[in-house]
Design a protein around this ligand. Sequence first.
Ligand code: ZN
Length: 406
Amino acid sequence: MIRTRRRQAAARTRGDTVVPDSPIAAGSAASAAALLRLVRDGAANSRAELARMAGISPSTAATRVEELLRLGLLRDVGAGRSRGGRRPQHLEYMPAPGVVGVADLGASHASLAVFDLLGTLVAEREDPIAIADGPDAVLQIVLGRLRELAGDAALRGIALSLPGPVDATQRRMVSPSRMPGWNGVDVAARMSELAGVPALADNDANLMAVGEAAAAPGIEHLVFVKAGSGIGCGVIADGRLHRGAHGMAGDISHVSVPDAGHVLCSCGRYDCLDAVASGAAIVGALRDAGLVVEDMTTVLRLANDADPLVTRMLREAGTRTGNVLATIVNFFNPAVLALGGHLSQAEAFVAGVRSAIYTQCLPMATDHLEIVVTRAGRLGGAHGAARRILDELFEQDMAALGASAT
Ligand SMILES: [Zn+2]
């Protein structure tokens, strides 16, 4: 889902990503690019470690490192700890100057952030938007705000977190609920064209799952549930985002819920989880009951004031969501089930999820299961998105480095 206008002629597809063509793009384990990757990922930080991990001679490692130092991609940062003999010089990855911009789009607000190329948050802000205004209007606003946040720093890439399904092979949004005008749009391509830099777009629950996994090192199997206006889910399997064949893995929005009262869903069917248990569904049901409810913030405030109707609806939504998740927990056996999005801030919702899962799952599936409210916090999705675009930019740079080395 990433595009570089400049390089499109020589582009090839790797997974869901368009990357520049290069004769030794991935490089051998001994290439300068491969060594730089080891340093960037924190797997090695000295010439000796690089030689050992890449299976090359110390002199070859030293030559490659010299080249990377000369290109300004690595720097020596003084002596590390010696295990006898000369103390090794520590190496550090030196990304090019600049920042990446990230926008986490909701139905009525956008969370915008700028990260440096090492992945450190530089600035962030929240802005009201109306996703229903369609992609052209929304992307223009988002780009303007990201440029403001970036200030004098060069914006090198943009990652967009979208509240709807994105087909990973076509890079297009597929029938997103409550997003008129977005269906079938290649949002990454449109943003890339607008901004003139590589852009990437993914489903918000996927990016939040990536951010959550980053905040919980060592957790290899994780299910992240975003329960906001809509309900979505991202899956980390063996430490990596699991997308399925077309990027639809984890989409639980349209799972049928029994005995839900014949509620029409945006997909045209009745009683989908999204139509009966999402934030939008709760807001709608409360309005139908005569309450003045503006959005999820009102719902959370009423829940905080122990409004009995609101509490009951949140608990019921939690139970229904938990019933769907119970099947997933039994099937997938995650170590962590993390709940994020507005609804996860309501105790009644979280309690409903927990009780449904403990009631319906086998003890062996739940004995070691942690059910937590997101540890990555409010900016988890932004961190996940930043990680993805930084990885993509790094791989593009490495492909270019490989090409220039031949
Ligand atoms: Zn549906």
